[in-house]
Design a protein around this ligand. Structure first.
Ligand code: DTR
Ligand code: ZN
Ligand code: ZN
Length: 313
């Protein structure tokens, strides 16, 4: 979030305004090092979600593996990345007798022997548009990648972004990618960041507890904006970080919750509704653009950028 004071202020008002800005800036500023990571405009992320919703609506109501809505989602993301100067690659695979696709986007430059990867699954279940699961991660990832281009960020390490197919069938696309890596190329990946469900309507703020360094990086971001986090406990093996972890690659990520119920203690810490699921539209037809908490999406989009910038520096 950026703060600005339009027009002119004089005298005592200056002191009051400055104090107000300082206070609110502290309350919502990211940590000092995060200055290297630009703010990700949540309005831009939501615009991508609107596009994904339109795609689902125009294609039988979903963006599922092997259906037209998935390929249209992939084409949307790829077109944005191609226009922004990324080197994109489509990986094709078959699952459940249907053709699936991964989209890999490399940002030219950086040390090819130190690759920082960030990924999200782009597919939905067949029952709905999958805007939180996982349009939220896919849209935040896309906007972070476009921000890399917009700012002409030149990291020390090489940046690679990925949108996975057929995660809902059992992480098929990401597993296909990892299994296709040579031993040498696998060793070049210094870490993989996963973003799957990062805008849940009744959000929690969960950080994966797999790799300690990645976990600390993400926790530092949240500490910097004064938001408490908990360790993510339900997702082990349930998203696209699993094949990377099985291959010995450090992984991490953030998550805002699915069908589990928010406790009273969690509601006291994070707000929202105790006794209700973090996302009561999980894998349902109501997982639409109205199934997103903008504050959670905003914070996690900035957490994604903070981690990408910090870990690729
Ligand atoms: N997003 C869900 C998988 C899932 C369920 N719990 C977690 C926790 C952390 C990451 C992912 C998940 C899905 O794709 O069905
Ligand atoms: Zn799912
Ligand atoms: Zn998911």
């Amino acid at each position: 979030m950026k703060l600005s004071v339009p027009g002119r202020v004089t005298g005592a008002a200056v002191i009051a305004v400055a104090a107000l800005l300082t206070t609110s800036a502290i309350a919502d500023a990211a940590p000092a090092r995060a200055a290297a990571a630009p703010d990700i405009p949540v309005a831009n992320v939501k615009a991508h979600l609107t596009q994904l919703q339109s795609i689902a609506t125009a294609n039988g109501g979903n963006r599922a593996h092997g259906r037209a809505g998935y390929k249209a989602s992939l084409d949307y993301v790829k077109a944005k990345l191609d226009a922004a100067g990324f080197t994109t690659t489509i990986q094709q695979f078959t699952a459940s007798s249907r053709v699936g696709y991964n989209l890999i986007a490399d940002w030219p430059g950086g040390d090819a022997n130190q690759v920082v990867m960030a990924g999200s699954h782009l597919d939905s279940v067949t029952s709905g548009a999958g805007i939180n699961d996982n349009g939220s991660g896919s849209a935040a990832l896309l906007e972070a990648a476009l921000t890399v281009s917009r700012t002409q960020y030149q990291p020390t390490k090489h940046l690679r972004f990925a949108w996975w197919g057929a995660e809902e069938l059992g992480m098929v696309g990401s597993r296909n990618y990892v299994n296709g890596l040579t031993t040498a190329n696998r060793a070049k990946i210094s870490g993989y960041l996963n973003f799957d469900m990062i805008g849940s309507p009744n959000p929690g703020y969960f950080v994966y507890d797999d790799d300690p360094a990645i976990e600390k990086t993400l926790k530092d971001f949240y500490a910097g904006i004064g938001v408490a986090t908990e360790i993510e406990t339900e997702g082990d093996g349930r998203s696209d970080h699993a094949p990377f972890k099985s291959a010995g690659i450090p992984v991490g990520g953030v998550f805002t919750g699915a069908s589990s119920t928010k406790s009273a203690a969690q509601a006291a810490k994070w707000g929202g509704t105790a006794g209700q699921s973090f996302d009561r539209c999980y894998h349902s037809s109501c997982d639409t653009t109205s199934n997103i908490n903008d504050t959670a999406l905003n914070r996690n989009s900035d957490a994604l950028a903070y981690a990408v910038w910090e870990l690729s520096d």
